[in-house]
Design a protein around this ligand. Sequence first.
Ligand SMILES: Nc1ncnc2c1ncn2[C@@H]1O[C@H](COP(=O)(O)OP(=O)(O)O)[C@@H](O)[C@H]1O
Ligand SMILES: [Mg+2]
Length: 171
Amino acid sequence: MLIALTGTPGVGKSTTAKILKDRGYNVQSVNELAERFNCIEDGIVDVDRLSRIVEGEMIVEGHLSHLLNPEVAIVLRCNPLKLKERLKSKGWDEEKVLENVEAEIVDVILIESLEYAKEVYEIDTTDLSPEEVANAVEEILKGKGWKYKPGKIDWISEVGEFIEDLMRKDL
Ligand SMILES: Nc1ncnc2c1ncn2[C@@H]1O[C@H](COP(=O)(O)OP(=O)(O)O)[C@@H](O)[C@H]1O
Ligand SMILES: [Mg+2]
């Protein structure tokens, strides 16, 4: 059974994946799998091909992982105001920061996950430590994920009046 740990770049997928790995879970990144199964061409992961090859019990981490037709997709979410600061502090260029902030605001990965995965959950990581995010993932894996059913997160109303500033490069 394939479990995707997905979300907009910067939400904390790799950080959470590392913790889950340390707790004994079989966790692989999409890129590791794509390399192992020869599914990278000109630096681009052939997700279609990879989804036909990958099988077994594992958590697959990465912003493309939900495209592998997993049984379960766990979407990590982060308030876009916080995500913007985080991506800026990582030194990302402004275009890329805004592209990802916008994707998070309009639920791109969640919507794709609902299309590709049989079961979808979302975790609001905004006020959680990495350990707490990993705990939430474990709850879902243990079948206690009812509070993470999608539909509760609405960044547009949450960021409210800040939305225009959020979409400006210079702020
Ligand atoms: N729950 C969290 N709280 C605070 N900072 C976090 C949290 N999760 C991740 N980070 C930080 O955010 C940045 C992006 O995390 P990362 O795991 O690389 O995201 P992703 O793999 O989703 O792109 C890193 O600097 C990481 O230390
Ligand atoms: Mg990552």
